[in-house]
Design a protein around this ligand. Structure first.
Ligand code: NAD
Length: 329
């Protein structure tokens, strides 16, 4: 027992994946000779937690972010400071977890970016939520240089990032996903191969449409309860036992009951995701009326200086518009 424990600790020290976390079969399958070295760019709300889990699983990790404090935290956890995008590119697999499409394009296609710095045969896994068409263009550019790409956006929030239980929606070649699956399994519980390049991002856009409309539904229901002088906490509990049950009612409903709109998932990111949905709807001729309405409401939150609140702040807005004064206190 003690010998096994020491052997595992030793593996973590030298940067091999930890079989206890990954599963012995997966490690044997994918890392029989050399374990994959990972570069990680973007250590924000999500990325820092995902990168920490990769370190805990024993992967050799080099990290980069514009925010020094975020890099220092990972270095303390045993990662190497890559110093630059090009530094992080010296890896078998590079993971990006950045805010928006222009950020990923700058890191991949900009001067000194991943497209010029990564080695042929290596893989870029972009886990940010960005444009499916921009993703396809980047995948083509990288393929021309012998670099593989997966789009692998996630759902599950910072809680899922922390517990390694994200839902990961993958676009790209099945063989590349097979190679990267052990790495993804450290960060996520459900890994779904949706289709070719960009399909993971399409799936994420669909996810955001469903989530936003769900939050709006919860916000309207609980605002109606408050306006009737009925306890929204009791309404939430009753609804959780019936047909209106949802994760949005559970998590965001609790926020509405408490009046707690500290992010969480910021309005600014949800607005970006619904913009992607509406652009995609326009390009594909898909009618998304509820999404368009909710995007306008997020626009009101942004225009009134509340971009950094949680995306459940739709309820705050509805309550203000309905004349519920204590909600905005
Ligand atoms: P964030 O803003 O907290 O983190 C982004 C990080 O990227 C920051 O640390 C920033 O300094 C860094 N960065 C930006 N540009 C950079 C550059 N050029 N070089 C190096 N570092 C750079 O964002 P987040 O909440 O972690 O979200 C990341 C992505 O995941 C977004 O696309 C978001 O939509 C998506 N997402 C977020 C959540 C959530 O709950 N926060 C859930 C699911 C998906």
């Amino acid at each position: 027992m003690t010998a096994v424990f020491i052997a595992r600790l030793t593996e973590i020290e030298i940067g091999r994946p930890n079989p206890k976390i990954l599963g012995v079969d997966e490690v044997t399958k994918s890392h029989s000779s050399q374990p994959e070295k990972i570069g990680f760019i973007g250590l924000g709300v999500m990325g820092r937690r995902m990168a920490l889990n990769l370190r805990k699983a024993g992967y050799a990790l080099s990290v980069h972010d514009l925010n020094r404090a975020a890099v220092e935290e990972l270095v303390t956890a045993g990662a190497v400071d890559a110093g630059s995008i090009a530094g992080a590119a010296k890896a078998d697999i590079v993971i990006t977890m950045l805010p928006d499409t222009p950020d990923v394009e700058a890191v991949v296609l900009g001067e000194g970016g991943l497209a010029s710095a990564m080695q042929p045969g290596s893989v870029l896994i972009d886990m940010s939520s960005i444009s499916p068409t921009a993703t396809q263009a980047m995948a083509r550019e990288l393929a021309a240089r012998g670099i593989e790409m997966l789009d692998a956006p996630v759902s599950g929030g910072y809680q899922g990032a922390e517990s390694g239980t994200l839902s990961i929606m993958v676009g790209g070649e099945a063989s590349v996903l097979d190679r990267c699956r052990p790495v993804l399994e450290v960060m996520g519980k459900t890994i779904s191969h949706i289709g070719g390049h960009g399909a993971g991002q399409v799936c994420k856009v669909c996810n955001q449409v469903a989530v936003a409309i769900n939050i709006q539904a919860v916000a309207e229901a609980l605002t109606l309860a408050k306006k009737n002088g009925v306890d929204p906490a009791k309404v939430r509990t009753a609804l959780l036992g019936g047909f209106a049950q949802s994760r949005a009612l559970d998590l965001h409903g609790q926020r509405v009951v408490e009046g707690n709109y500290t992010a969480g998932f910021r309005v600014t990111l949800q607005r970006k995701d619904l913009k992607l949905a509406l652009e995609n709807g326009s390009a594909t001729g898909t009618v998304l009326p509820a999404t368009a309405l909710i995007q306008q409401l997020y626009g009101v939150l942004a225009a009134t200086g509340r971009s950094d609140l949680d995306n459940s702040a739709l309820a705050l807005l509805l309550q203000e518009m309905s004349g519920i004064e204590e909600a905005s206190a």
